[in-house]
Design a protein around this ligand. Structure first.
Ligand code: ADP
Ligand code: MG
Length: 258
């Protein structure tokens, strides 16, 4: 679904992404982890076509990203990022309807009525009671669900999530990740998620890319990536890594400095 080859990006002469190469299979749940400022969002913005790389190649569904029109790319991929929502005056339902823009003509009409799809997503995300509220009347967690809803309404083949669980408490974190995973099982969408929380990354990702200062450190399954020595090398703190008693996946336990 995605092939990234020797990607480079610099800002003002400073290299932010240096020689990153990986491929994501169709239907995969692919995670990206790394400390603050390690180039994760920059990488995601290149994959979504928002910014161009200085070097390297990005293929989406086997074609160079530059060969897609803006609307064609929006039918292929949707992005959930912290700045994804429009100004506060819009109502939840209106925001979800905006997700259909890649399928609309210049009159805002589309060939098939999207109402059943939007209703399905409203139900799945528990947004029914919020539909008529404006965005400023929502909590952080509710806004995040609306932003996810807008991405899903786009019916993408590729869903890009940049720190989707930031500001969410543990209940909403699991709820959001479960919704994404069940949507993925139903629609075969490919998911690429930048995740802050290494334990969530372990529980949900088929494979993980670890980056540090713009460099690719390793790509592999959660067991290959969540190793205490590697985490110490990249994050500067050494956690204890244990196997989750139910899911048999690595989970980290933080240690205080003394
Ligand atoms: P992450 O998402 O891993 O926290 P980012 O990709 O947002 O990291 O940023 C990586 C580095 O690139 C940071 O040092 C950031 O300040 C810098 N950076 C990101 N975007 C720009 C930009 N548009 N102009 C200049 N520097 C930028
Ligand atoms: Mg970021």
């Amino acid at each position: 679904m995605i092939e990234v080859k020797a990607l480079h990006k610099s800002f003002h002469g400073k290299s932010v992404v240096t020689d990153v190469s990986f491929a994501v299979e169709r239907g995969e749940f692919f995670g990206i982890i790394g400390p603050n400022g390690s180039g994760k969002s920059t990488l995601m913005k290149m994959i979504s076509g928002v910014i161009s790389p200085d070097g390297g190649e990005i293929l989406i569904a086997e074609k160079p990203i530059g060969s897609y029109s803006r609307k064609a790319l929006a039918r292929l991929l949707a992005v959930l990022e912290q700045e994804a929502l429009p100004p506060v005056g819009f109502r939840v339902r209106e925001v979800l309807e905006m997700g259909r823009f890649p399928y609309q003509n210049w009159l805002g009409e589309e060939a098939e009525d999207p109402t059943p799809l939007i209703d399905e997503i409203v139900g799945m995300l528990g947004l029914a009671e919020l539909e008529d509220r404006t965005l400023d009347q929502l909590s952080g967690g509710e806004k995040q669900r609306v932003a996810l809803g807008k991405s899903l309404v786009q019916k993408p083949m590729l869903l890009l999530l940049d720190e989707p669980t930031t500001y969410l408490d543990i209940g909403y974190q699991i709820q959001l990740m479960d919704i994404v995973r069940s949507w993925q099982k139903n629609t075969q969408v490919t998911v690429v998620a930048v995740l802050h929380d290494l334990n969530l990354a372990s529980l949900y990702c088929d494979r993980i890319l670890m980056v540090h200062k713009g460099n690719q450190i390793r790509v592999g399954d959660p067991r290959d990536i969540l190793q205490s020595s590697l985490i110490e090398q990249v994050y500067g703190t050494r956690p204890i890594v244990m196997e989750h008693p139910v899911h048999q996946l690595p989970q980290i336990i933080l240690q205080s400095g003394t």
